[in-house]
Design a protein around this ligand. Structure first.
Ligand code: DP6
Length: 354
């Protein structure tokens, strides 16, 4: 039997619900070991979530790990295979896994084909369940270590998932002005101006189909990208500027930086070798209309983009009615079946019992 493993059998259920997040400073490009080329900063969402529960059974004498995975009540072989590889990959960091049977059940709060990336919320929820399982089997774990290990293990599943274990804003990546920041896990960031603590995110669904080029393929193209070095430096500078804007409550700078980050992300995709386009004509129309509306009305709203065609329209809670009317009258026509997902800044993971 491996040394240092608990000697007592234990079985139980652990469950976590984790939100998705949208990056304001983008992670695009990584090094081996799932480490980012630059720090990123994200807004945690509230409504778009994955809930995962694991029924487990640990016995010190078991030979190997077994697992079963179901997504929304059904077997899901493709995701199951990804989880199998993930569990193999993290076994060294969670030794109890090698003596445990896992029955994993997962589901999303948002429709599967909504164009909302689910890997961040899914891998974060799975990682928190696994850290909780380890804590139950082996005794206890202090709170800081729990969140740090959760974020570290989430990162190994999907880089952006590292940020989904914290409320409001999270920073992932070593960065001199942030004490405690690391490439290996995200940290929660606080102290921002009240004007940014009730942000809303109206997600304009231009295209709900899964994207043709995965984020992992996109990240790997950054290794030889002609503008890679400049981009990684730009992200570091933008992080500093965004930090100041968030602390000072400066909407103008906030909007300027998040839109630059969104457009740079897509510029990197377009100018990769080979290059590719994820924006659609409807995406561009929406971006133009947002800028025109802002110029005409002075309304505090700006956009960001994920690795896809959908537009995240960020605005203050106080302007929700006005923005809703703008969406209805000018933007809805560019959305697939008129779909908009209404989300907002969120309060982070929830422990889930059953
Ligand atoms: C554009 O985290 O999905 O959303 O680490 O390969 O799983 P992997 O990639 P992923 O990349 C997300 C990229 C992004 C920007 C961001 O979330 O920072």
């Amino acid at each position: 039997m491996a040394r240092d493993l608990p000697l007592i059998e234990r079985s139980g259920t652990v469950g976590w619900s984790c939100p998705s997040n949208i990056a304001l400073i983008k992670y695009w490009g990584k090094k081996p070991g799932q480490l980012p080329m630059n720090p990123s900063l994200s807004l945690t969402l509230q409504e778009a979530r994955t809930t995962t529960t694991i029924d487990y059974s640990y016995a010190p004498g078991k030979k190997g790990m077994s697992f079963r995975f179901r997504f929304e009540g059904k077997e899901a072989p493709a995701f199951g295979e990804r989880i199998r590889r993930y569990l193999e990959n993290i076994k060294a960091q969670l030794p109890v896994l090698s003596r445990t049977d896992l029955d994993i059940e997962s589901g999303n709060s948002f429709p599967h084909s909504s164009g909302i990336a689910s890997s961040a919320s899914a891998m974060a929820a799975l990682a928190l369940c696994l850290v909780e399982l380890e804590a139950e089997v082996s005794g206890s774990m202090d709170s800081e270590r729990f969140w740090q290990k959760g974020s570290r293990l989430a990162r190994l599943g999907s880089g952006s998932a590292a940020r989904s274990v914290f409320p409001q804003f999270a920073l992932w990546g070593q960065s001199p002005q942030w004490e405690g920041s690391s490439d290996e896990f995200a940290i929660p960031v606080e102290g921002f101006h009240g004007t940014f603590l009730n942000l809303r995110d109206s997600i304009l669904v231009v295209d709900s189909k899964p994207k043709k080029i995965s984020s992992s393929a996109g990240h790997s193209l950054m290794g030889t990208h002609p503008f890679g070095k400049v981009r990684f430096q730009q992200a570091r500078e933008n992080l500093e500027f965004l930090h100041s804007a968030l602390v000072e409550g400066d909407w103008q700078d906030f909007i300027r930086i998040i839109e630059e980050e969104a457009l740079t992300l897509h510029a990197m995709m377009m100018t990769s070798r080979p290059g590719y386009l994820l924006m659609q004509p409807g995406t561009l129309s929406i971006l133009q209309l947002i800028r025109e509306y802002r110029e005409e009305t002075g309304c505090r709203l700006g956009f960001t983009l994920d690795a896809g065609a959908n537009v995240h329209l960020l605005h203050a809670d106080a302007d929700a009615l006005e923005v809703e009317e703008f969406i209805r009258s000018e933007l809805l026509g560019f959305c697939e079946d008129g779909r908009v997902i209404r989300d907002k800044m969120g309060q982070g993971p929830l422990k889930y019992g059953r």
